[in-house]
Design a protein. Structure first.
Length: 687
């Protein structure tokens, strides 16, 4: 017995199968031994040579492809799928026997040589690589129990390594007599208080417990993501860290949870887990998009040709941006593709991921954009800043219920490694929690120093955040005509034209977008051309001059300084624009579009508030003067016409009509004045 069950009693059949049947253990072992020694492709003995190479490297481990076993003996492959718990121990016994025959071909003639072979070559671990269809967590039922299954997910925690004994030598403290025990699993309950173990004579193996969570895009609406415990041993331990997207192949098993109150009245209720026999890493695409989807950089030739045709098509960048969201955010398109990661000769890494903050009034579909990115990004995690803590974003420290050891459980930014983390309600986060993501955004790592655990986790993510303006409401400094109402009406009225089939013209299917993003990230890493570099440097100097001019006009420091960090941002945007069309070089037209996007967002924010030729400071000064003069001109309880105010302040005193309109709007909000007669009469009602 192996896995999590320790000192449990079970009933099993005691009558073995007839020795001459194909399913007899001796026959199965012989078939497996013959497969390892004789299977070849062309003139190459694959597993015999691989086993020898691993042994020379002191690796007592062999990975076997189940498809090769099916080619050699189909019934044997079916036995491994249906009865892995029975067949895999026989497979490891056969592999150990084959290894000893390879390394010590003359050992059969001498007892000393046999003993030397057994000491030199311990048991070989077999890892089974399969091409089985993947099952989601919710597809694992009683029918799949004890079967070989393949499950995708995200590793959210990994325990520290522990040792489990296979051979235990204990010695009596009084008489010094020794006794050899072969525990089924673990050390619990063996020996008495007067016995002590002799570690140097014991045999043990490494064991690790992992926790796997199902992919976020496979969780039905309104349900929590499901988890599963994984039991890994020997060479399969220490392979993954929290945040890794993996496909785990293993034996679907159950174990009895000790001291569990809910099980007190139900002794037959058992907890499922997966005894791992193979780990497969996933990168560049979601781990749960479909049961048959290809992974990583596996793209069919027809799909590659289709993607290259798309990249060469006229106006593809505009078309892809329209597919992200009508009339919006080419910057989000750039975020989905990202720039090029760079590793300098001294080992320093420069990130290629692009971070975007959407800042806008309520009701402008910011959350919908984030939800869309969560669907279309190959790896994405969506979270809301309201109630979000720094630990939930980075990592939490948990304590194992059995071993009482501390271990890390990854947060949102760790789970979104190599993907996108969408943070809604960014302005609702506490300042001390928001600071926690600064390191992850720039250095792309998360440093942990909690409960004696000091480590660094990868967080190679792009951050897409959405926030409301200050105070979380509409700008009081804007009149109703300047609000977003017209834009909201356009969203509901002016839909994009659809074709005869009802499909929106020019849009790309979400699944195809997801696959295309994965393809571009896997196959393309653009670099700056000489012309693009020259254009970037000259534009950056011009931007610095423009900011200095704005600061001089407003007589105040700019809210957004232009530094080298902004230059790096423009470079990343340029690289992402080249990546969209699978271009290996960043050309001048890519730089021009990156500069346009940068000016449209950042530079407009710098000069925000400047209207009718007035800077923000001059406009506020006019508004303060108008309010002060109006209070003196109109005592409490008095009234005047709106036109007389326009004549006095705009025509006679030379104030701008925009400043007067804003002043009256704000004073009405503060209940200093009140309008009547369709805004024709102004009443002074308060101070």
């Amino acid at each position: 017995m192996s896995g999590f069950d320790i000192d449990r009693v079970f009933a099993v059949g005691v009558h073995d199968r007839p020795a001459n049947t194909p399913d007899a253990p001796s026959e199965v072992t012989k078939s497996l031994n013959d497969f390892l020694l004789q299977f070849r492709v062309g003139g190459e003995f694959i597993y015999r040579d691989k086993l020898r190479a691993n042994l020379l490297l002191k690796q007592n481990y062999l990975e076997v492809d189940l498809r090769h076993i099916a080619l050699y003996n189909e019934e044997l492959a079916h036995s491994i799928q249906d009865r892995p718990g029975d067949v895999l121990p026989l497979f490891e016994f056969a592999a150990t026997k084959a290894a000893r025959s390879i390394m010590f071909p003359l050992a059969g003639g001498s007892a000393d040589r046999i003993e030397a072979a057994e000491k030199t070559i311990p048991n070989i671990q077999i890892s089974i690589k399969t091409g089985l269809n993947m099952l989601q967590f919710r597809d694992l039922t009683a029918n799949t129990l004890t079967k070989l299954v393949r499950v995708p997910g995200i590793v959210i925690s990994a325990s520290v390594l522990s040792s489990r004994a296979t051979k235990l030598v204990i010695q009596c403290r009084a008489c010094r007599n020794t006794k050899v025990l072969f525990p089924p699993s673990g050390l619990g309950g063996l020996g008495s208080g007067s016995d002590r173990g002799l570690p140097r004579y014991c045999d043990s193996y490494d064991h690790q417990t992992l926790k796997l969570q199902e992919a976020p895009d496979m969780v039905p609406v309104g349900e929590l993501p499901r988890h599963m415990l994984l039991s890994a041993d020997r060479q399969l331990t220490g392979q993954v860290v929290p945040g890794n997207h993996i496909i785990a192949t293993g034996i679907y098993s159950t174990f009895q949870v000790a001291k569990m109150k809910s099980n007190a009245s139900a002794p037959a209720l058992r907890q499922p887990y997966l005894k791992v026999v193979h780990l497969e890493f996933v990168s560049g695409t979601s781990s749960g998009s479909s049961t048959n989807s290809p992974f990583g950089s596996r793209f069919a030739p027809q799909e590659e040709e289709e993607f290259r045709e798309m990249a060469r098509s006229e106006g593809f960048y505009e078309r892809f941006a329209r597919s992200v969201a009508p009339n919006i955010k080419k910057a989000i398109t750039c975020l989905l593709f990202g720039g090029s990661k760079k590793v300098l000769p001294d080992g320093m890494r420069l990130r290629g991921d692009i971070n975007v903050l959407l800042l806008g009034d309520p009701g402008t579909a910011k959350s919908q954009l984030l939800k869309f990115v969560e669907k279309v990004a190959p790896i994405a995690v969506y979270t809301s800043g309201k109630g979000l803590s720094a630990a939930g974003l980075t990592a939490t420290v948990q304590r194992d219920a059995v071993s009482r050891e501390f271990y890390l459980e990854g947060g949102a930014m760790v789970l979104a490694d190599t993907g996108v983390v969408c943070i809604d309600e960014f302005d609702k986060m506490r300042d001390e929690d928001r600071v926690a993501i600064h390191e992850a955004m720039e250095q792309q790592t998360i440093s942990i120093a909690k409960a004696g655990i000091t480590t660094v986790l990868n967080s190679r993510t792009s951050v897409l955040a959405a926030a409301n303006p200050v105070w979380g409401r509409y700008d009081e400094g804007k009149s109703p005509g300047e609000t977003i109402a017209q834009h909201v009406m356009n969203i509901h009225m002016n839909r994009t034209d659809a074709n005869e089939d009802g499909e929106v013209a020019g849009e790309i299917d979400i699944d195809k977008m997801k696959r295309y993003i994965s393809f571009c990230k896997a196959r393309c890493a653009p670099r700056l051309s000489d012309e693009a570099s020259e254009m970037l440097s000259s534009h950056f100097v011009a931007l610095r001059s423009e900011i200095q001019e704005v600061e001089r006009m407003n007589d105040e420091r700019s809210s957004i300084p232009i530094t080298v960090r902004q230059l790096e941002a423009i470079i990343r945007i340029s690289e992402s624009l080249a990546k969209i069309t699978l271009s290996t070089k960043v050309q001048p037209h890519h730089v021009e579009e990156a500069i346009r996007l940068f000016k449209f967002s950042t530079m407009d924010a710098v000069s925000a508030g400047s209207v009718e030729g007035l800077s923000r400071g001059e406009l506020m000064e006019e508004m303060n003067k108008i309010e002060r003069d109006l209070k003196r001109r109109l005592p409490i309880g008095w009234s005047t016409s709106y036109q007389s105010l326009v004549k006095e302040f705009v025509t006679q005193q030379g104030y701008s009509s925009h400043a007067l309109e804003r002043s009256l709007f704000i004073m009405e909000k503060r209940e200093i004045i009140r309008f009547s007669g369709q805004k024709k009469v102004v009443h002074r009602i308060g101070v």
